[in-house]
Write a protein that binds this ligand. Structure first.
Ligand SMILES: C[S@@+](CC[C@H](N)C(=O)[O-])C[C@H]1O[C@@H](n2cnc3c(N)ncnc32)[C@H](O)[C@@H]1O
Ligand code: SF4
Length: 360
C-alpha cells in the first residue's frame, strides 16, 4: 500500500542577482534556460506528482525573477495538484514582485507569501548585494494586502557583518510596524562557496550573536508572536503548515534542481547541475535509505526545534519503540522536560549540543 504524500516543494533555481551570503541552488536568470528548465520540470512533475497536496511551497532561488508568462507556465504545471490545498506559499523578492505576479498568484490559488527582506537598513542591504530598499518592502506589502493576500511571512537575517544590536533593533521596530502574521529570523551561516565565504568574512562573536537572538525572542514575544520553532515566530494560527511538516518529520515530495524530499525511509536531494538535470535520467545527487535508528534520531532532531516538542505516543507508535527508555540519556538532559505527553527542549538555542545525548 502506498501512503499519500501531503506536501510538495518546488524549487525555482533562478535569481536576478546573487546575494553575497547565499549558497542555495540558483543561477542568474536567463530566459531561454528558464524555458528549458520548465520543459524538464514538466516531465519531472508528470513522472512524480501523483497526489492532491495539502501544502505546496514554491521556493528558490527567486520565483519572481521569472517572466510573467513563465511564472504562469510554472503555476499551470502545479495547478492539477491543488484541489485540496490548504496552504500554498510562494517566495518573493520585493524588487521583482509586481501587480501582474500578484494577480497570477490569486488566479492559481496561492494564499501565502514569503518575502525576503533581511533587514530594514538600506546600507546593510547593499552590503549583502540585495537589490531592494525598505521603502519597496512597505509598498509591496501594501500591494499584497490590496489584493487580500494578507498571510505574509517576512525573512530577516541577523549576525550579519556590520550589523549592530542597534541596527537589528531598528529593523525589528520597522518590521513589527508592518504587523505581518509570520516572521522567520535566520542567523547568517557563512558558506564556503559564496562571496562572503571566499572573502574569509567571519561570523560575529558568539556573545553578540546570542545577544541578538535574545533581543529578537524578547521583542517578538512582547509584540504577541509565538516562538513556535527555533527560527520562526507567528501570530496565533499562522504557523507555516508546510514547514511544520518538515519539523514533524512527515513525508514530502521535492521537485526540480536542488530540491530535497523524504518518502518513508528514503531521503533524497536532486542534482544542482543543470547539465545533469537536462540530460540524465537519474537526477538524484543523494539517495539514502535510512534505518529505523537514523529516522528516529532525525525525527527527534527536527521535532525538538518546535516549542511544543515531540509527541511521545505518536513517536512510539510510528517506530514501534519506547522513546523514554531507548533515549534515556537524552531525556535526562537538564534542558529536556516531559509535559502533556510531549518531550520539550527548554533551551533551543543550544539544541545541537543537547542532541548529542540522543545519539545511540
Ligand atoms: C534562499 S532564500 C529564497 C527566497 C528569496 N530569494 C529571498 O532572497 O528571500 C530564503 C531565505 O534564506 C535565508 N538565507 C539564505 N542564505 C542564508 C545564509 N547563508 N544564512 C542564513 N540565512 C540565509 C534568507 O533569509 C532568505 O530570505
Ligand atoms: S537569498 Fe534569495 S535572492 Fe539572494 S541569492 Fe539566495 S535565493 Fe537568490
Amino acid at each position: 500500500m502506498t501512503t499519500r504524500i501531503k506536501h510538495l516543494y518546488v524549487h525555482v533555481p533562478f535569481c536576478k542577482s546573487i546575494c553575497y551570503y547565499c549558497d542555495f541552488c540558483h543561477r542568474i536568470y536567463e530566459e531561454s534556460l528558464c524555458d528549458k528548465w520548465l520543459d524538464r520540470l514538466k516531465k519531472e512533475i508528470n513522472d512524480t506528482c501523483k497526489d492532491n497536496y495539502e501544502t505546496i511551497y514554491i521556493g528558490g532561488g527567486t520565483p519572481t525573477s521569472l517572466k510573467c508568462e513563465q511564472l504562469e507556465r510554472l503555476l499551470k504545471l502545479i495547478y492539477p495538484f491543488t484541489d485540496e490545498v490548504k496552504e500554498y506559499t510562494i517566495e518573493v523578492n520585493p524588487e521583482s514582485l509586481d501587480e501582474e505576479n500578484v494577480l497570477l498568484f490569486k488566479q492559481y490559488g496561492i494564499n501565502r507569501i514569503s518575502m525576503g527582506v533581511q533587514s530594514s537598513d538600506d546600507k546593510l542591504l547593499r552590503s549583502l548585494n540585495r537589490h531592494h530598499d525598505f521603502e519597496t518592502v512597505i509598498e509591496k506589502i501594501e500591494l499584497l494586502r490590496k489584493h487580500n493576500l494578507d498571510n505574509i511571512s517576512i525573512d530577516l537575517m541577523y549576525s550579519l557583518p556590520d550589523q549592530t544590536i542597534e541596527i537589528l533593533n531598528k529593523t525589528l521596530d520597522d518590521v513589527l510596524a508592518l504587523n505581518v502574521p509570520h516572521i522567520s529570523l535566520y542567523s547568517l551561516t557563512i558558506e564556503e562557496n559564496t562571496v562572503f565565504g571566499k572573502k574569509g568574512i567571519s561570523n560575529l562573536d558568539e556573545d553578540t550573536e546570542a545577544d541578538m537572538y535574545e533581543l529578537i525572542c524578547r521583542r517578538l514575544k512582547e509584540a504577541g508572536y509565538i516562538h513556535y520553532e527555533i527560527s520562526n515566530f507567528c501570530k496565533e494560527g499562522f504557523e507555516s503548515k508546510h514547514n511544520l511538516s518538515y519539523w514533524n518529520y512527515e513525508d514530502f515530495l521535492g521537485v526540480s534542481l536542488g530540491a530535497a524530499g523524504k518518502i518513508g525511509n528514503n531521503r533524497y536531494t536532486n542534482t544542482r547541475s543543470f547539465d545533469k538535470y537536462f540530460n540524465e535520467k537519474d537526477i538524484r545527487d543523494e539517495d539514502l535509505n535510512l534505518n529505523n535508528d537514523e529516522m528516529e534520531f532525525e525525527n527527534i532532531m527536527m521535532s525538538l526545534r518546535k516549542e511544543d516538542g515531540l509527541n511521545i505516543e505518536e513517536f512510539n507508535h510510528k517506530y514501534n519503540c519506547d522513546l523514554l527508555n531507548k533515549y534515556k540519556k537524552g531525556i535526562s538532559n537538564e534542558n529536556i522536560v516531559i509535559k502533556d505527553g510531549k518531550t520539550i527542549c527548554t533551551n533551543r538555542e543550544i539544541l545541537n549540543r543537547i542532541l548529542l545525548d540522543f545519539m545511540l
